[in-house]
Design a protein around this ligand. Structure first.
Ligand code: SF4
Length: 322
């Protein structure tokens, strides 16, 4: 715990900072892949989709020579391309290979694990109920691992209740996106398991360690805090889930991309504030928010640690020494 010196006339604010928070091993690896690719191949290096959902990170990589595009067609033949941490449909690396592009896959290994599980379920002749959010790039990537019509998206308990499996399948299984609400997903899975007692569940937890740990840390704080700031992007699934978890546990929650987004009127009457950051938000933005708060309040920081993370993922072999 650390405390700022008390300044007369300024209101005290206890700041409960979640740990773990911010960057996960998959995000760290994806950013390093882009940086190493620039070191190895020179500029520009193309990146298909935002490498991770964070504007600060994307702008930082642009300044180093990365060019972000949405589709492979926008990549010239003579430049390397990196695929984002969210994963891509199978057809993307296939097309890159057909064009003899140099491509580097920054898909998080935990997303790749779900891709392999999906393939195995289809090989076993099962239809997959996939719990996730429509339109998220991870969901698009995972659907792109299997033939059309072999996977059904389930977004809610209502979808799980209404789901009618195809009659031609030998069986059913379910898988999930990695960045969902642990509690919501358990509710949806429970409905599927009640309606289809033989449904095959994933071997291990599909929701990743980083998503689960960040939600658990928010739960440990939300009961004590009147409000919670979550640093993250509006298109970051795991950050949005942190907002929901905080609200469900009794704290008002606000998603901010960085300090400039904080509404200080919103903090009126708040004596205890929680703070966390989604898996794609760097620690520098956490410090920026703490400094902005310390400029207006007598802040007393307290870190609430609920887990220690030691996960690290290997880089692709050809970038290891770059
Ligand atoms: Fe991988 Fe989880 Fe991080 Fe996504 S949030 S990149 S699945 S570790």
């Amino acid at each position: 715990m650390s405390s700022a010196a008390t300044t007369p006339g300024r209101r005290p604010l206890t700041l409960l900072i979640a740990a773990p928070r911010g960057f996960c091993a998959g995000v760290d690896r994806a950013i390093t892949i882009v940086e190493r690719a620039i070191a190895k191949y020179g500029v520009p290096v193309y990146v298909r989709h935002e490498i991770v959902h964070n504007k600060y990170v994307v702008e930082g990589l642009k300044a180093k020579g990365a060019i972000f595009v949405e589709e492979l067609d926008e990549v010239p033949d003579d430049r390397p391309v990196v695929f984002s941490a969210h994963g891509v449909p199978k057809v993307v690396p296939q097309r890159a290979a057909e064009r003899s592009l140099t491509f580097l896959d920054a898909t998080c290994p935990l997303v790749s694990k779900v891709h392999r599980q999906a393939e195995r379920q289809i090989e076993a002749g099962r239809h997959i109920a996939f719990i996730g959010h429509k339109g998220h790039p991870e969901v698009i990537g995972t659907f792109g691992q299997v033939p059309p019509g072999t996977m059904t998206l389930i977004e809610s308990v209502e979808d799980a209740e209404a789901f009618i499996p195809p009659s031609d399948g030998n069986g059913l299984s379910f898988l999930t996106q990695t960045t969902l609400s642990v509690d919501d997903t358990a509710d949806i899975a429970a409905v599927l398991q009640r309606r289809f007692p033989d449904i095959v569940a994933p071997k291990g937890e599909d929701i990743c360690y980083a998503t689960s740990n960040r939600q658990a840390a928010v739960k440990a704080i939300a009961g004590r805090a009147q409000a919670m700031l979550v640093i993250g992007a509006p298109n970051s699934s795991n950050s949005l889930r942190l907002v929901e978890v905080a609200e469900r546990d009794g704290a008002r929650a606000m998603l901010v991309q960085r300090a400039a987004d904080i509404s200080f009127e919103w903090l009126e009457g708040v004596d205890v504030l929680g703070l966390t950051a989604g898996a794609s938000a760097p620690e520098i933005l956490v410090r920026e928010v703490v400094d902005a708060l310390a400029a207006r309040f007598d802040v007393v920081e307290e870190e609430i640690m609920t887990a220690v993370e030691t996960v690290a993922f290997k880089l692709p072999r050809d970038l290891d020494a770059a």
